[in-house]
Design a protein around this ligand. Sequence first.
Ligand code: GDP
Ligand code: IMO
Ligand code: MG
Length: 448
Amino acid sequence: MPQPTGPSVAPRPSFPNSVVVGLQWGDEGKGKIVDLLARRSAVVARFQGGNNAGHTLVVEGEKVVLHCIPSGILHQDVLCVVGNGVVVDPEIVRVELERLIASRGPVGPDRLALSDGAQVIMPYHRVLDACREDALGGEMIGTTRKGIGPCYEDKVARRGIRLGDLLDEATLRRRLAAVLPEKNRILTEWYGQPAFTIDGLVAQLQPTVALLGPYIQDTVRLLHRALDQQQPILFEGAQGSFLDIDHGSYPFVTSSNTVAGAACAGTGVGPKDLHIVVGVAKAYTTRVGSGPFPTELEDDTGERLRRIGREFGATTGRPRRCGWLDIPMLRQAIRLSGVTHLALTKLDVLGGFHPLRICVGYAGQDGLPSRPDAQSSLVPVYEEHPGWNDDIADCQTWDQLPAAARAYVERIEALAGVPVALLGTGPGRDSVIHRGAPLDAHRVRSVI
Ligand code: GDP
Ligand code: IMO
Ligand code: MG
């Protein structure tokens, strides 16, 4: 009997797609790693979060902080995609884009595509974010006040406005007419704030929409075309595993899923098209905002980490809370995202600290408890490791690192159970040591 024929299973592409995610509470150095790996990518796509993110790139001594535009944008031949899972403040994108164009030359819709399905952060979302935080008083989450939570609320409640809606004024007015009465009631009666009008919002948005209009595209189709052509795609995460709305230290979290799995829903790509997951972690830990932090150092050592590591938020300028590396959290984050490779950043910052400590467990606990209230009272169990005094900023290979630094990394690798493929030795694009097979070997590009 003849066998039925059907579509054959596509071979694994020779240029793998990768996801970069943060494994702690954000600010692990994802921007730098994405900029580095963008060399081997045709497309870099953000899939969640919004301009609560602050991703810092340092290229030839110049610092660029990106809040919404993906961190591949400094590469001329990379297409940057802001996926449907991102919440977009159009004004922020406009300013970011204008700055990039002024300093680095044209960035057209062939280099930046904003998903027509991405939710718009409206001015009332920002006001609501601030009002809700103020109302919480001592219990506040410490949000970035950029309107992220209220915008995602509206998305799930099906009363959001999407970038595509901005392209047609009649549609925008109709959508606003449906949502604004309720918003105004909450703003004026509950929070004592001024009301918004449809005319006022449309007038405020108009110049930005005129500029961004050509960039608003069907990004799902673009990504599918890239997949068909076996163009390598790099998915850029924002925030970190323990800010994840489901898996983080709820309620002290952000309003999106930050784990690698979110790259699929947030861009319209299936899981079989994700091949490598690079988890980024600092060689110690930081957190901005409220919530549990088992290894936090509220002493001189924490202050020194903050000063030497320049641990101040890229988005809000707030001082970051600092502490030792936490292995139970790292192991949990690796499982949550299926991490295949680690990028360990800011190893240089630990020079001169004696001894170094690594949290290998919590007293009386088997791993990380899931309930955040239990996470607040954990007592870390530390291993001590000899430090090193040398400045490792100039080290370009593994062998050039001081023996104590190599031993520290090897111990982390053994405890984490995943290879450290990249090691950060400074903020610059090239301040990185590669271990094992390089992750940034190839690129082809002709998607649009
Ligand atoms: P992101 O949000 O994960 O992209 O990280 P941020 O940009 O908010 O914060 C990371 C900070 O560390 C930035 O100022 C980077 O320039 C800096 N950085 C990244 N990697 C390294 C590193 O290996 N060493 C040092 N000293 N700084 C680094
Ligand atoms: P990147 O991408 C660090 C934190 C805020 C707050 C909580 C909720 O640069 O790593 P939100 O405004 O999202 O409602 O705030 O999440 N937070 C971040 N912390 N890095 C970030 O992004 C963050 N984005 C949000 O400080 O605790
Ligand atoms: Mg950041």
